[in-house]
Design a protein around this ligand. Sequence first.
Ligand SMILES: Nc1nc2c(ncn2[C@@H]2O[C@H](COP(=O)(O)OP(=O)(O)OP(=O)(O)O)[C@@H](O)[C@H]2O)c(=O)[nH]1
Length: 378
Amino acid sequence: MIELDSPTLIIAQAIVQWLLAILLMAERGMDKGTKYWVIALFIHGIANLLLFSRPYLPPVIAVIFYNFCVTTAFSFSYLAFARLVGKQAPLWLVLFPIFVMILTMSIYIDDIAMRVIFASIITGTQLILMAFILTRGNWYGSEKLKGWLMYSTGLFGVGFIVRALFCYVKPELFIHLVAKSSFQSGLVIAGMIYIIFSTVVILLVRLDRLNKELSTLASQDSLTGLFNRRAFMHNATSIIASENFPVSVLMLDLDNFKKINDVHGHNVGDTVLKLCADALQDGLKQYGIIGRFGGEEFAAILPRADSEQALVVSEKLRLAIETINVNPDIRLSISIGVATSSSVSSIEPLLIRADKALYEAKSKGRNQVIHADLLALN
Ligand SMILES: Nc1nc2c(ncn2[C@@H]2O[C@H](COP(=O)(O)OP(=O)(O)OP(=O)(O)O)[C@@H](O)[C@H]2O)c(=O)[nH]1
C-alpha cells in the first residue's frame, strides 16, 4: 500500500501539476496568462521531482537547480496573475528573484538554515507580490473568487516569511520540525489544494471573460459598434417595461446612400456609415440609446422625452450628419421619423408610427425631421 509520507505526496503533487498543465494546454486559443500558468505548473512539477530525488542528486542540482526551478515557477505565476488583471509584469521583477535565489543558494550551499531563510524570504515575497498585483488593474470575474485567490496567495506568502523568521530564531527546532513527516506532509497537501484552487480560478476567470466577449459580439453591429437590431430591441423593451414615459422613438435613414456606394465604392460607404454612427451616438449619448437596424437605417429610443424634446434632439442629430465632412464631393443628410407615447406596452407600435413618419420625410424631399403626430393631423 502507498503511504501518504511526504516523498509520495511530493510526487503526487508533481503529477497533479503536470496533469493540470496538460489539461489547460488542451484548451483552444490559450491566452498569454494561461500559457504562463502552464509553464509555471510544469516547472513546479520539475522542482518537485528534484525534491523527491534529492538524496540521490549532487548538491548543485539538488539545491541550486531545485531552488532555481521554484523561483522561476513563481515568476511565471506572477506573470500569469498580472495577466489575470490585464497587466504586464516588469521584466526585472521576474528575473531579479531568480538571480538572488541562485546567488544566495550558491553562497550558502553548505548552510541549510541560511538556505531555508533566503529561499523562504524570496518565495514569500514572490507570493505577496502575486497577491498584491491582483489588487491592481481590472478583474473580470466574481469578486469573491478574487478575494479567495488574493488572501490564500498572500497567506502562503506570509507563511513563508514566518518560516524564514522561525528558522532565523530557532534553526535547530525548525529543522527538526520540517524533518517530521506529518508537518511536511501537511505543507505539501496545503500546497496541492492551493495549486488546484488557483488553476480552477484562472479557468473560471477566463470563462467569464470569454462569456463577456461573446455577449458583446452578439449584441454589437460589427461595422459601427452600435447595438444591433436584437440588442436594441431588448434594451428598448426594458425601457418601456420600466414605464419611462413619455417615451419617444426615432427611425433614422441616411439619404441617397446608394449613390455614395455607387460613385465612391463600398469602402467609402462603410466609412460614411461609421462616421454617421459615431455622430449619432455622440449626439444621443445623454438622451437615449441607438442601434443599427441594417443598411443605412438606425433606430433610437429616448426615455422620458416628450414630442417637443424628441424633435429638438432629432434636429440636432440631423444637423450633426450634415456637418460631417468625408470629402468635398460627398454631402450627407439624414431623414428622421419620430413617434411619442405616454402609455405603450411594447415598442412595435411606436416603431411602426416612426417608420411612417420617416417615409413621409423621405417623400417630402429628405433631410428633415417629421413627427408621427403631424401625420395624424393631416
Ligand atoms: N457600404 C455599405 N453599404 C451598405 C451596407 N448595408 C447596406 N448598404 C447599401 O445601402 C444602400 C441602401 O440603398 P437604398 O435602400 O436604395 O437607400 P438610399 O440610397 O439611401 O435612398 P433613400 O433611403 O431613399 O434616401 C444599398 O446600396 C445597400 O447596398 C453596408 O454595410 N455598407
